[in-house]
Design a protein around this ligand. Structure first.
Ligand code: XMP
Length: 333
């Protein structure tokens, strides 16, 4: 629609005026906000933007490739993928406490991003060098950081919209989404050509699968969880609720699988199995402060369960989480 086209025109002009012929660095997370910010800034200044995508190895199945395909492949943006999964797994080894895990992931994320930023600042002789750090801060983040917030809320944004990072890197801050609400950011993303499915995705926590694997994080667990989660999401997307005509993915606010490092006995063919358990979590909420567990159809749960157990060797039991928030939280850690 042309109101959005006008808005893009204005935003593009504003970014060009602000940045001039200088260069911009942006941390791409795969989330909606940083993706839309990247697409908008790229529209404005093309190759003066460099995106850094830190892959911590705790992303969903094929997520890293999807991000690269979208930004490098389709948008032709300059994107650097930093595969830091070994580092993250090494530092997380033996750590079981949820908040400790969050802290480690957040700290490493900043370290890796900073190291990459310093490299980029030094490189590219002949150019004026990077002068700006772009962040996908949106209006609710601006309000949130002004008022009272829970301890978790601090952590939530702490590693993608890092306070103080521009100063530490000696960069000026560029925040082109600062005045927009989430739904406006989504509309903007679609208008900029990002796929509908990516723009309307469920939220995904910064620490990723790190807080969906209970206790110690191991690569083996992450690999099993990724596959189980992908099956769950695929079935949610393909199962349509007839009255609304919407998919169960769109009818839920957040849905994912959780890895329980617990083994239980099962039977497969004529053999006994002794494998891990996966819990499915799906909630409906308007603000994520309170949430109801979603009354998914039994047929859907049945398909998901049998597909996970048949397709993911190493998991022989699937449970459905029927806890609402409060007193449970949405994530298990
Ligand atoms: P809880 O589990 O507190 O989750 O009910 C509420 C919402 O916040 C997300 N969440 C996080 N997001 N970093 C994030 O970026 C985190 O550490 C984090 N912890 C929870 C959660 O996915 C849900 O949408």
């Amino acid at each position: 629609d042309w109101i959005m086209r006008d808005h893009i025109k204005e935003a593009v002009a504003a970014i060009r005026a602000q940045v001039g012929d200088e260069e911009v660095l942006l941390g791409l997370s795969g989330g909606v906000d940083s993706s839309v910010a990247a697409a908008l800034i790229h529209r404005a200044i093309g190759d003066q933007l460099t995106c850094v995508f830190v892959d911590h190895g705790l992303l969903r199945l094929h997520e890293g490739d999807m991000v690269m395909d979208m930004f490098a492949g389709k948008l032709h943006a300059r994107v650097i993928r930093v595969d830091a999964s070994d580092l993250f797994l090494r530092e997380l080894a033996g750590v079981t406490d949820p908040e400790q895990k969050r802290k480690i992931i957040g700290r490493l994320f900043v370290d890796v991003f900073k190291a990459e930023a310093e490299k980029l600042k030094a490189a590219r002789p002949g150019s004026k060098g990077i002068q700006w750090l772009a962040q996908g801060t949106i209006y609710p983040d601006v309000i949130e950081s002004g008022g009272a917030k829970s301890k978790k809320a601090v952590t939530i944004k702490s590693h993608h919209n890092v306070g103080g990072l521009p100063e530490q890197l000696g960069l000026k801050l560029l925040e082109p989404l600062r005045d927009l609400f989430k739904d406006e950011v989504r509309e903007l993303g679609v208008a900029l050509g990002l796929p509908h499915d990516m723009v309307y995705r469920h939220p995904f926590p910064g620490p990723g699968l790190g807080v969906r694997i209970l206790g110690e994080v191991k690569k083996e667990y992450a690999d099993l969880l990724r596959r189980a989660d992908a099956i769950f999401i695929e079935e949610l997307r393909s199962t349509i609720e007839p009255n609304s005509g919407k998919s169960w993915y769109d009818l839920t606010s957040q849905a994912f699988a959780v890895f329980l490092p617990v083994k239980s006995v099962g039977v497969m063919g004529d053999g006994r199995t002794y494998d891990y358990v996966v819990a499915l979590r799906a909630v409906q909420t308007s603000d994520f402060m309170t949430a109801d567990w979603a009354e998914l159809p039994y047929g859907l749960l049945k398909r998901v369960s049998s597909r996970i157990i048949n397709e993911v060797r190493g998991i022989n039991r699937v449970t459905y989480d029927v806890s609402s928030k409060p007193p449970a939280t949405i994530e298990w850690e």
